[in-house]
Design a protein around this ligand. Structure first.
Ligand SMILES: [Mn+2]
Length: 338
């Protein structure tokens, strides 16, 4: 957020002025919330309460389970009705955090942004191309996480960030940077992390829950994936995991816990390109990673209707089997090695 500092500051000031008009604020994030969605939403509600507002995070219970020990004492509502009870009345403002599109906002059963008539909509995010129709939009693609943007906003407003909020923001920042390993680990992200630790963020607990914990089933799933469903081509330069439905059923595994599976495929020495493919809703989902800047994937992915970044892409193939998809990808990658 340093690059165009004045412009960022100006947007933050406008955001703060807008938020000051709210009395009862519901803070929502994207569906199937990850660490940044949960962390930034909970922290933002906490910070707003510290600033004298009534505020509550609205999050569905199904995905907060993993981080439950961190969430004790946080004010979280699962439905809009429950949120209104916490606020002593209907909300007059809806803050949407870490969510790039209006369709993806988690607002409880059957609710949409249209169920908030007369509410001011505040949109705070770090996804490029964000199109949530906020009355006030603060979008920072340079921020590693929405949690980083929340911290800057709080500092600009001089709103206190207590230890609990710091822990939540640290959760968001560390998960969105893959524990400060991904390419979005900027000097600014590390500066904010340091500030959060200074304010009492519970780093050991965050790292334990986010990076050193999985269910036994998850670990067994991963072991079987590596042993039986991962294949190498081109002298080990291309490695692909082909995950059949039975494997998911056997270990009751949900791909929502599978964000780091591709890293297991990629991390073997000599691998240049890694792929992971599985069935979802009658289509084949593909995750692709390159470890070599001279082998960017974006062109190939977009040619097949996918997208993403140079080194990390996704594609969805309709009307193909897993085997057909694996064969096609192997051909495509083979051409890249020529
Ligand atoms: Mn995020």
């Amino acid at each position: 957020m340093k690059a165009n500092h004045d412009a960022v500051r100006e947007t933050l000031r406008a955001g703060i002025d807008f938020l000051k008009k709210g009395e009862r604020i519901v803070v929502a994030a994207h569906q199937r919330p990850d660490g940044d969605a949960i962390g930034s939403a909970c922290a933002f509600a906490e910070i707003l309460r510290g600033a004298g507002k009534k505020a509550v995070a609205l999050l569905s219970a199904e995905r907060t389970d993993k981080f439950r020990p961190l969430l004790e004492g946080m004010l979280i509502a699962e439905t809009l009705e429950e949120a209104a009870r916490h606020l002593n009345g209907a909300p007059d403002m809806l803050a949407v955090l870490d969510c790039a599109t209006p369709e993806r906002i988690e607002l409880g059963k059957m609710r949409t942004i249209g169920d908030f008539p007369g509410c001011g909509i505040f949109n705070l995010d770090h996804h490029k191309g964000n199109r949530v129709p906020g009355h006030c939009n603060c979008v920072y693609p340079d921020a590693a996480a929405t949690s980083e943007a929340v911290f800057h906003l709080a500092m600009e407003a001089q709103w206190p960030v207590n230890a609990q909020a710091a822990t939540m923001l640290y959760l968001g920042l560390s998960t969105d940077t893959g524990s400060f390993r991904f390419g979005n680990t900027t000097p600014e992200a590390l500066r904010v992390a340091a500030e959060l630790l200074q304010r009492g963020a519970d780093q050991p607990r965050v790292v334990d829950l986010a990076f050193f914990s999985k269910t036994l089933h998850q670990q067994q799933f991963e072991a079987e994936m590596i042993q039986r469903h991962t294949f190498e081509f081109f002298d080990g330069k291309f490695r692909i995991a082909v995950l059949p439905e039975e494997l998911f059923r056997k270990y009751h595994f949900d791909m929502r816990d599978g964000e780091s599976l591709i890293d297991l495929v990629r991390e073997v020495e000599h691998v240049q390109i890694a792929a992971l493919i599985y069935d979802k809703n009658n289509a084949v989902k593909v995750s692709l990673r390159s470890r070599n800047a001279a082998l960017p994937l974006w062109e190939m992915a977009t040619r097949h209707g996918g997208g993403g970044h140079a080194m990390a892409c996704g594609i969805t193939f309709e009307g193909k089997t897993l085997e057909e998809t694996a064969k096609l990808l192997t051909q495509e990658v083979g051409n890249m090695f020529k």
